[in-house]
Design a protein around this ligand. Structure first.
Ligand code: PLP
Length: 436
């Protein structure tokens, strides 16, 4: 083998080893990132299927390539399942991520120079609504809603005044630090008065909405919904557009926003995995969503009892999968998140309302989608809170906490709330980064 080739073969092994180490690390970790989840076995196997190798531009039955018969069948099933799960007239599963879905909506329903209602980043919005993100790319200007930091949601009376004054034609609702439902019903008359269209970004809460555990935006005044499909909806990394509208032109514009607006091919393997995830969510989503929210509230309560400053205590901390903890006393967001990661507890530092520097977030964001997915319940949430307390308040060494976290996790390595969960001792972590 030439020297060059030997070196590259070593590089390939190095890549495989890195993924293997990563996988083992996560097998032993307590993952609390609010935007992450695990795939079911049947969804996961489709990601390495032949669908991955193919192109299918356009819609089922109207493709630009031959050979798409089974792709068309799967995509039709996927679209049917999506419309059924979300009880709506329109679905498009071609956006390849949540951000791409947002770009498709902006392409379809806004013009450069338009004003679009949105939440400020420091109050929990996603970067796609920032001028350095998708908003800026489409050339639209954000009009920021007023925020109520005590209740961690939009301040309705002040926002009404802002909207009546600025009169944006599109209003985006949805967050990445999403503790409580948006006041859609309360703002609906104002949107109607100014002729603005409601647009809901459900990236974080899609699985909760489908499971009946959060608000139902398509019935509360939002005509259009965009989302990622891999956060509380435990599907593959992908995006989705949904709409409940009597206006056929809106459906047409959304479809052409997706293709050719922001995609050419649309990642057929993840579309197929999404179809499985949607079917499994129809079967198990209510139980999963309900346990996910109960776990978040149990974790918040247990942390609060151990002296942590969990936001929105008077409101019961959260009504979603997410909680926010101000960690000034524990050294700030960056130091706390790093310390936790060294002890096997994976979180992220997060800006909280009132933070004065975007470089020094005052909190950590915690989420329960993944720990719930592997079968943890309230009892394990208390154990996790004890590990936080040991590490951040009682100075127990990180190595000890790491071992305790691994011990706790060792009983939870199979994915639940899906078909095939009990088959052949299926272990989520066996499928990647290991020799076949
Ligand atoms: C995660 C997120 C997105 C983007 O999702 P990707 O799939 O990562 O592109 C969009 N909006 C909100 C509110 C999010 O939290």
């Amino acid at each position: 083998m030439p020297e060059d080739e030997r070196g590259l073969a070593r590089t390939v092994q190095e890549i495989r080893e890195a993924v293997r180490r990563h996988t083992v690390r996560f097998e032993r970790a307590i993952p609390l990132i609010a935007s992450e989840n695990l795939l079911s076995p049947y969804a996961k196997e489709l990601l390495i299927s032949d669908f991955h190798s193919r192109y299918a531009e356009g819609l089922p039955g109207e493709r630009y390539y031959e050979g798409n018969e089974e792709v068309d069948r799967v995509e039709r099933i996927c679209l049917d399942l999506a419309r059924r799960l979300f009880r709506c007239s329109f679905a498009d599963v071609r956006p390849v991520s949540g951000t791409v879905a947002n770009l498709a909506v902006l392409k379809a329903l806004a013009e450069p120079g338009d004003l679009v209602g949105s939440t400020q980043l420091a109050n929990g919005a996603h970067i796609s609504s920032a001028s350095f993100g998708a908003f800026g790319l489409r050339g639209v200007k954000p009009i920021h809603y007023a925020w109520d930091p005590e209740r961690m949601t939009i301040d309705v009376p002040k926002t009404r005044a802002i909207l009546l004054d600025a009169r944006p034609k599109l209003c985006l609702f949805g967050l990445s630090l999403f503790l409580f439902p948006m006041p859609l019903e309360e703002l609906r008359p104002t949107l109607e008065e100014i002729g603005a269209r409601g647009w809901y970004d459900a990236a974080h809460v899609l699985g909760l909405i489908a499971g009946g555990e959060f608000q139902d935006p398509l019935r509360e005044g939002c005509e259009v919904l965009s989302a990622s499909t891999h956060k509380t909806l435990p599907g593959p990394q992908h995006g989705i557009l949904l709409a409940e509208t009597k206006d056929q032109a809106v459906e047409k514009r959304l479809a052409s926003g997706a293709f050719p607006g922001v995609t050419s091919n649309h990642h057929l393997h993840t579309m197929a995995g999404l179809a499985v995830a949607l079917a499994e969510h129809l079967a198990f989503g209510r139980a999963y969503a309900s346990q996910t929210v109960r776990n978040a509230r149990a974790l918040a309560q247990a942390l609060h009892e151990r002296g942590f400053d969990v936001l929105a205590e008077p409101l019961g901390f959260t009504r979603s999968h997410t909680i926010a903890v101000r960690v000034a006393r524990e050294g700030g967001g960056e130091a706390a998140a790093r310390k936790l990661a060294d002890a096997g507890i994976i979180t992220n530092k997060n800006l909280l309302p009132g933070d004065t520097s975007s470089k020094h977030p005052g909190g950590v964001r915690l989420g329960t989608p993944e720990v719930t997915r592997v079968g943890m319940k309230e009892r394990e949430m208390v154990r996790i809170a004890e590990l936080f307390d040991d590490l951040l308040h009682k100075d127990r060494p990180a190595a000890d906490v790491l071992a305790a976290a691994g011990e706790l996790k060792s009983g939870f390595t199979t994915v639940q709330y899906c078909f095939g969960a009990g088959e052949a001792a299926y272990r989520y972590y066996d499928l990647v980064g290991r020799d076949p």
